[in-house]
Ligand binder design. Structure first.
Ligand code: HEM
Length: 369
């Protein structure tokens, strides 16, 4: 596909047709110097602009004129197209305040909605796979391009930030383009059928983008990202009967039709749903309208040493406000979803994603600083 424009009122990588691959990384900021943090965000923005259009990370790139220096680009994407690369940045609560400390004079600028997520019933979170001052989501159709982008941002940030945790993903699990075939997750079900479409601007304006009257002002046109690493106990699932699998999800496995209906795109009928199906519990109609944009990926991180695949769904969801989006839905799912017998939430993060960079003189987060 053609390169995806980096510049615009919203960051790319949110209402962008989902690419095939993910490299998601969070960073902790090591410096306490506000100016150094700003310089890094500026340098990152310039590198992101270049990489998203298929260029090397910096001018001179992989083959600098002075070979006595380490190259400014690591080189593994030389000759590869941009492969629809998008880079999307978000700021975690700890960027604004960490251990009671206001490192960058940002505490007063912290969005009220940007609080650590509450503990949900059944959470088994690994602190080494959670949080982070800054998150970057790299999506591309080529895993090498996504990995290259994150690697070069980490390289540019050397000394200023360090990688906290990172997740690779494949096989998008959420469609945002209804005209295309819906992808399947590792439980074998079509995933993303009832997801806002990227061209449904009315829904995006109402539920995904921080609105023109929302506070804080610096975040208008941005969004909140919730990331959850959800391990799927696939060996147990694979021994569950097809009828039971379909009852748990509330859709049939072959077609993806809602319970009691024929076609994938038939609107879910709550009256026909099993009372505790995932779809019934998660749908906006039973959650005061709570609507999120799911943009997750499957992962298999090898095996766990006990003969089981360390596999699952790296759940990524964008919304206008997590307090009326992910949080209430997950509170309900954590309490009632039969799917919980087959999944474990093992990592978590919430990030405020600033509006898009509107031109070459602007930078990621400039409205915040
Ligand atoms: C729908 C699977 C976790 C929210 C669905 C569907 C499947 C599915 C197969 C039906 C197709 C569709 O409309 O997308 C899974 C699996 C999960 C998981 C395997 C964990 C590994 C979550 C979580 C949330 C969530 C953590 C949010 C807190 C939703 C929503 C829908 C949905 C909002 C659409 C409901 C509707 O409007 O019809 N999920 N899901 N899911 N899921 Fe999940």
């Amino acid at each position: 596909g053609l390169p995806i424009a980096f510049h615009g009122p919203h960051q790319a990588g949110i209402a962008t047709p989902v690419q095939d691959r993910l490299h998601f990384t969070t960073f902790d900021v090591k410096t306490e110097n506000r100016g150094e943090l700003i310089s890094l965000l500026q340098a990152w923005t310039r590198a992101a602009e270049r990489m998203c259009s298929g260029l090397d990370a910096v001018e001179g790139g992989a083959f600098p004129r002075i070979p006595e220096y380490p190259p400014g680009d690591t080189g593994e994407a030389v000759g590869l197209p941009a492969s629809r690369l998008t880079l999307t940045i978000g700021f975690g609560p700890t960027l604004f305040r960490k251990g009671g400390k206001d490192r960058f004079g940002l505490t007063g600028r912290k969005p009220e909605a940007l609080e650590d997520l509450p503990k949900f019933r059944g959470d088994t979170l690994d602190p080494l796979r959670s949080g982070g001052d800054i998150a970057v989501q790299a999506c591309s159709d080529d895993p090498q391009v996504a990995v290259h982008a994150i690697r070069n941002l980490a390289r540019i940030g050397f000394g200023t930030v360090s990688v906290r945790w990172s997740q690779l993903g494949f096989g998008k699990t959420s469609s945002t383009t209804p005209e295309e075939q819906t992808p399947r997750n590792l439980f074998g079900f079509k995933d993303g059928t009832n997801n806002p479409a990227v061209d449904d601007t009315a829904t995006l304006d109402q539920h995904i983008w921080v609105g023109a009257e929302d506070e804080p002002e610096w975040l208008r046109g941005g969004s909140y990202l919730v990331a959850r690493r959800i391990r799927m106990l696939i060996e147990i699932w694979d021994r569950t009967s097809l009828v039971e699998q379909e009852r748990i999800i509330g859709r049939d496995k072959a077609e993806g039709a809602p319970a009691g209906l024929r076609f994938e795109r038939d609107p879910v009928d709550p009256a026909k749903q099993p009372p505790d199906s995932h779809v019934l519990l998660a749908m906006p109609e039973t959650n005061d309208g709570a609507t999120i944009l799911r943009r997750g990926y499957s992962f298999v991180d090898g095996s766990d040493g006990l003969g089981r695949l360390d596999a699952g769904l790296f759940f990524l969801a964008y919304q206008r406000d997590p307090r009326t989006g992910f949080i209430p839905v997950q509170q309900k799912l954590a309490r009632a979803d039969v799917l919980n017998e087959y999944i474990r939430h093992t990592g978590s993060g919430v990030y405020a994603c600033p509006p898009g960079v509107t031109g070459p003189d602007r930078w990621w987060g400039d409205t915040l600083f």
